[in-house]
Design a protein around this ligand. Structure first.
Ligand SMILES: Nc1ncnc2c1ncn2[C@@H]1O[C@H](COP(=O)(O)OP(=O)(O)OP(=O)(O)O)[C@@H](O)[C@H]1O
Ligand SMILES: O=C(O)c1ccc[n+]([C@@H]2O[C@H](COP(=O)([O-])O)[C@@H](O)[C@H]2O)c1
Length: 223
């Protein structure tokens, strides 16, 4: 059964800063899943880590520069308008209300974030509102912890088409063509050491970071 329901994606992140690992993954995940629109949503207060190094407004501005006019990608500031920790369940509920019950809603996360899914706020409820697509990430080939296997249960499907049979509730592992071993931590570290970050992130983002003097002192993720 095919459906004309909209296919909507969400890729949330600290984006401290946005880099080519995020952006190329976003483009390829959108293509693989056939998404009409992918909301890229900076988290002002990511729940399972310390304070980001630059403000949510500054990270959003860099995200907008990074996305520029990429078709189908949308810089979404909704979490900046909420107080408290940036829980994904709240964001998915809002997106579901906006797009309606028939929309195919897919939350996209990297494998490192997936490994910690059992610790997320109201984790089991996420599946009532969205599918989950998990992007492989170089350097994270760890076996799933037992609680994760339990949480995913029998939800896993192999193909995007199977996922799109229903509005929510499935899990798909994505092995995207251009996996990139780029992390924001690595970029912050290089900027802190005054080293080159050329080609790790879009030129406009890199120029804005240098013009504003962001990340001159390295801070880790502060978990
Ligand atoms: N290179 C990458 N390839 C695939 N997914 C990625 C990549 N970088 C980040 N992601 C995913 O994008 C989402 C947002 O990532 P985040 O903003 O935390 O970036 P990060 O590079 O992991 O940052 P940090 O090094 O500060 O932890 C997460 O789900 C993460 O797993
Ligand atoms: O909802 C939660 O409890 C939750 C816990 C950890 C992370 N998240 C979300 O997952 C996304 C990636 O987070 P991070 O820390 O890997 O950048 C970002 O949108 C966070 O708000 C959400």
């Amino acid at each position: 059964m095919s459906s004309n329901a909209p296919r909507i994606g969400m890729l949330g992140g600290t984006f401290d800063p946005i880099h080519h690992g995020h952006l190329r993954s976003a483009v390829e995940a959108r293509e693989t899943l056939g998404l009409d629109r992918l909301h890229m949503i900076p988290a002002p207060k990511p729940p399972l880590r310390g304070e980001p190094q630059v403000s949510a407004e500054q990270r959003l501005a860099l995200l907008k520069l990074g996305i520029a006019d990429t078709p189908g990608l949308h810089a979404d500031d909704r979490e900046l308008r909420r107080a408290g920790p940036s829980y994904s369940i709240d964001t998915l509920i809002e997106l579901r209300e906006e797009y309606g019950q028939q929309a195919r809603l897919v939350m996209i996360i990297g494998f490192d974030a997936f490994l910690r899914l059992p610790q997320w706020h109201r984790a089991q409820e996420l599946f009532a509102h969205a599918h989950l697509a998990v992007m492989a990430r170089p350097g994270y080939a760890t076996p799933w912890p037992d609680e994760l296997t339990e949480l995913v249960g029998a939800r896993e499907v192999e193909q995007a088409d199977s996922l799109m049979h229903r509005p929510s509730g499935g899990v798909m592992m994505l092995t995207l063509p251009s996996q990139m071993a780029i992390s924001a931590t690595y970029i912050r570290q290089r900027l802190g050491e005054g080293k080159s970050t050329r080609y790790l992130l879009p030129k406009a983002v890199e120029e804005a970071i240098r013009a504003e003097g962001f990340y001159r002192h390295f801070a880790s993720r502060g978990e």
